[in-house]
Design a protein around this ligand. Structure first.
Ligand code: DGY
Length: 427
């Protein structure tokens, strides 16, 4: 039997459905976002499997000829959002943004397959080559020297937009005089204290200007763009997605692909070691232009478990950080270390708790046998949703709901966990 919270979560998914694709929340984010959509599919799968597949399929309709799946798909122009299609100038159909977002799709497709039947496997078969092309794009374009560590060209590519992880890279960006005036729309909808600062927006737009002017040449972005950083989040999510894509290749009998994915996985296992910061004793973000480390432990650092990355010693150091941090806040897992000077409890990715990151963390910790830690984080997430509602993010100290309300991926996480499918085998 469904609880009233389950009904509410289903209502949110249906309300945010724009016909084949889902917006993260009305007004603040009026388009289709890449990883938001993947999580939406997971939520839909609990009550409407056809609709779940449709979500992933419409996302891949926006795939670029070179394999990139963009971070935002603009099917119409909506004045509620800035920067819209005219700023990005992707020259694609449908118009989109010019970079990607954490590639969770293959992992979510595997969940749909493993909890489904032969018809689900057939839906995955149609998507398989597109997913391969997407992963190949990440490995080739975001790691043009084949080091095994992918970089991100914009903080938005991490999905963790204003996390202090990016401060060192952002500080090195000089904002050109001809950036021009622009008007943000996010702060019309949400308290500016819960959003990135205007200095950060100037830099976000400086990167977009560079991309637009080089015609979104991905290698040029990686080699000479204003920003290029290693991100534990994208690196670990890609490693896990490669592993899940390998499993799909096995299920689908895609033998040639298996070898290629195996090579990516081997390379990433060693490449991710470049993110190990011996001072912090943790995986941390790193500026790939000058090798400078960020020194903060984040909710992405702990995704090492989700990826199966690092040595036993490294993982026990990560678990110790996680325990220390959980003892400092009422609700885990904060997006940035609460003991660090740059922590801000209410400002977007500089401290608040995000349900989808918790979902990935819990999956990884359970798989690694860290079930006590996983249980704590899952219980905290549940309490946050029960007390505050389906918000975009939450204050780790007070539990207050922040950012957008009626949020698609928060509703999706609630539904998946509520349906009893906590492990990576089920949707
Ligand atoms: C935003 O507009 O804040 C988005 O997170 C960018 O992807």
């Amino acid at each position: 039997m469904r609880s009233s919270l389950d009904e509410e979560a289903i209502r949110i998914l249906k309300t945010n459905d724009r016909g084949g694709f889902t917006v993260p929340t009305a007004r603040l984010y009026p388009y289709q976002w890449n990883w938001d959509s993947a999580f939406a599919a997971l939520g839909f799968a609990v009550f409407d499997r056809q609709r779940a597949w449709r979500e992933i399929e419409t996302l891949f309709e926006a795939q670029w000829p070179d394999g990139m799946v963009p971070h935002i798909v603009f099917r119409q122009n909506d004045p509620d959002y800035f920067p819209g299609p005219a700023v990005w100038q992707s020259n694609t159909q449908p118009p989109s943004s010019g970079h990607s977002q954490p590639p969770v799709t293959a992992s979510i497709v595997l969940r749909l397959v493993q909890s489904g039947d032969a018809s689900d496997l057939e839906r995955a078969r149609v998507l398989f080559d597109k997913m391969m092309a997407f992963h190949r794009w990440f490995h080739d374009m975001r790691d043009p020297d084949g080091t095994g560590l992918v970089g991100i060209v914009h903080p938005w590519e991490s999905g963790r937009d204003n996390c202090p992880d990016w401060d060192i890279g952002m500080e090195r960006i000089s904002v050109p005089d001809d950036l021009g005036p622009y008007q943000r729309r996010d702060t019309d909808h949400i308290d500016p204290a819960e959003r990135p600062s205007s200095e950060q927006y100037d830099r976000y737009l400086t990167i977009i200007k560079f991309g637009r002017e080089c015609g979104w040449d991905h290698v040029e972005m990686a080699r000479s763009g204003p920003f290029f950083m290693g991100d534990p989040g994208v690196q670990f999510i890609l490693m896990r997605a490669d592993r899940d894509l390998l499993r799909l290749a096995e299920l689908l009998g895609e033998d040639a692909a298996k070898e290629q994915i195996g090579r990516w996985l081997d390379r990433s296992q060693s490449g991710c070691q470049r993110l190990w910061n011996p001072e912090t004793n943790a995986f941390c973000a790193r500026d790939l232009r000058n090798n400078e480390f960020s020194d903060g432990f984040t909710s992405a650092s702990i995704l090492a478990f989700y990826a199966g990355a690092g040595s036993d010693e490294q993982r026990s150091a990560m678990a110790a950080h996680a325990r220390r941090i959980l003892d400092r806040v009422r609700y885990g897992f904060p997006s940035f270390d609460p003991e660090h000077a740059r922590f801000e409890a209410k400002r977007y990715w500089r401290g608040p708790v995000w349900a989808i990151i918790n979902f990935l963390i819990v999956d990884g910790l359970n798989e690694a046998g860290e079930t006590e830690l996983a249980g704590r984080i899952r219980d905290d997430t549940r309490r946050l949703i029960e007390t505050a509602g389906f918000f975009e993010y939450f204050d780790p100290n007070t539990g207050e709901g922040l950012g957008g309300s009626d949020f698609t991926w928060t509703a999706a996480v609630h539904l998946v966990w509520g349906s009893g499918s906590t492990n990576s085998q089920a949707a």
